[in-house]
Design a protein around this ligand. Structure first.
Ligand code: AHR
Length: 493
């Protein structure tokens, strides 16, 4: 029997709802077809946004959406995506499949999408191929309420009032697709571009500097040193590639148990990365002005056979649900230093929460994890500790915990605990004690399946959350048996 302690007296920090954020790029069928179908589509839509997708995302609880990229952001020229659609420039999406980008989804459409989703905004600016003036004018266009050329242009295009930008990314992957820069050079560019990201009408903008890829600690140190007085966040990108290489990443559905454990072991690396990057950040900036933003994370497999290799379309199984639940519990546990995280990429791309095929829509196992975890948003993280066995990935010579959990409390004193059991075969019995608490009532739900279980367009309801009753309440805690390959959420009143 594993021992689990939750300590409501140890209130660690608020869990920023933006840890549950998403990322949608002009890539494959994420925006076009997946979210935006245009006003003339037969698919039910409001101002071009698919009603089914918007409703599902609202129910799941999507707090913030990063756009327009990714690599696409550093080739995006915002003026191509405003004004009458028939006049908008058509261009080649060179990064993603070489298809025509008709710019029918632009700034106005993005803010309309966020309005429908009820979410906050995270715009990623173009440092790689854009000018300082272009970035400056975009911010003026979006947020200035007075008399100015850009505010007038916005009004001419139908938007009287300015919008609000919560986060603004100054470049994306500037070490790679965003310009192949050195950290020193990027750090200087950040300062230059960021100077002209002006704040109008009390719109306080949180500025995100381009941070490292995976374990590039050198990048973090050098960039932090340059940006610490001006940035509120520094980004980290980490993708889980089952085979650890780009030319043969592995299939999203056709995998064996070793592949499953290897994938989870690689996903668990995020904890080490968070700890180490935060240590570097703290060394450079002990005052901790700058927070960590994991604005691209998730699984990355070979594309589904027969689909455009540049579209990054992959299926999603219970393996992905395990990666998501593991990662979100880890993010919660570091809520004091993580300001935001954005899974890549919402619909039809990489570890998507939704898949679409024309008018059909499927919710993936990852979707249900986000929906289960949404109760943690804006709660207070509690001190908690759970004993666990470790699972070894023999090929990697490394191990990871079978059980990973986090616990939070809302403003009414209700405690939420999410526990993931990553074992493919072994259930786990847990005895939980909640310090100084009299438990009145517990309800629970579960997401469970075989490691290969998935939802597809023929069988869309194979994986879904269900009520869970395999627990026993005590005066100051509970016992619970968590099945293999499952996520259990307990709500303790
Ligand atoms: O999410 C897909 C791509 O991965 C993004 O465009 C880029 O930032 C990263 O390399």
């Amino acid at each position: 029997m594993e021992k689990y302690l939750i300590n409501p007296n140890q209130k660690i920090s608020k869990i920023n709802k933006d840890i549950y954020g998403h990322f949608s790029e002009h890539l494959g069928r994420c925006i076009y077809g997946g979210i935006y179908v245009g006003e003339d589509s037969k698919i039910p839509n409001v101002n071009g946004m698919r009603c089914d997708v918007v409703n599902a995302l609202r129910e799941m609880g999507l707090p913030v959406l990063r756009w327009p990229g990714g690599c696409f952001a550093d080739e995006y020229h915002w003026k191509d995506g405003i004004g009458p659609k028939k006049d908008r420039k058509k261009m080649i999406n060179t990064h993603w499949g070489g298809v025509v980008e008709d710019n029918s989804f632009g700034t106005h459409e993005y803010f309309e999408l966020c309005r429908q989703l009820g979410c906050d905004t995270y715009i990623n600016g173009n440092v790689g191929s854009g000018t300082v003036q272009e970035m400056n004018e975009w911010v003026e266009y979006m947020t200035f309420d007075g008399v100015s050329p850009m505010a007038e242009l916005r009004r001419k295009n139908g938007q009287e009032k300015p919008w609000n930008i919560k986060y603004f990314g100054v470049g994306n992957e500037s070490w790679g697709c965003g310009g192949e820069m050195d950290p020193d050079y990027y750090g200087n560019l950040f300062k230059q571009y960021n100077t002209y990201v002006r704040e109008y009408n009390n719109n306080k903008i949180k500025r995100i500097a381009c941070g490292p890829n995976s374990d590039n600690y050198k990048w973090t140190g050098i960039v932090m040193d340059k940006v610490k007085h001006k940035a509120q966040g520094i980004s980290l990108h980490y993708y889980t590639l089952p085979n650890g290489c780009w030319d043969n990443k592995g299939s999203s559905t056709d995998f064996n148990r070793n592949d499953y454990y290897r994938t989870l072991c690689r996903a668990y690396k995020i904890e080490e990365l968070i700890n180490n990057h935060i240590a570097v950040m703290n060394a450079v900036n002990p005052q901790q002005w700058v927070q960590l933003v994991i604005d691209e994370w998730g699984t990355w497999y070979d594309v589904e056979p027969g689909t455009n290799p540049g579209f990054l379309y992959q299926q999603n199984t219970m393996r992905d649900a395990m990666v998501a639940a593991m990662s979100l519990n880890i993010f919660n546990k570091h809520a004091d230093r993580i300001m935001m995280a954005n899974i890549a990429q919402t619909v039809n791309v990489l570890q998507a929460v939704i898949l679409t095929d024309a008018e059909k829509m499927v919710l993936t196992p990852t979707y249900y994890v986000f929906k289960m975890f949404k109760d943690h948003q804006e709660n207070t993280l509690l001190g908690s500790y759970l004993t666990t066995e470790y699972i070894e990935s023999k090929e990697l010579g490394k191990s990871f915990p079978q059980l990973i959990e986090s616990a939070s409390v809302d403003e009414n004193g209700v405690i939420y605990s999410t526990i993931v059991n990553t074992s493919a075969t072994r259930s786990s019995k847990i005895k939980c004690q909640i310090a100084d608490t009299r438990v009145k009532n517990i309800r629970a739900e579960i997401l469970a399946g075989d490691i290969h279980s998935k939802n597809d367009f023929d069988n869309s309801n194979v994986v879904k959350t269900e009520e869970f009753t395999d627990f026993k309440k005590f005066s100051d805690g509970f016992t619970v048996t968590v099945p293999p390959c499952s996520v259990v959420k307990l709500v303790v009143e």
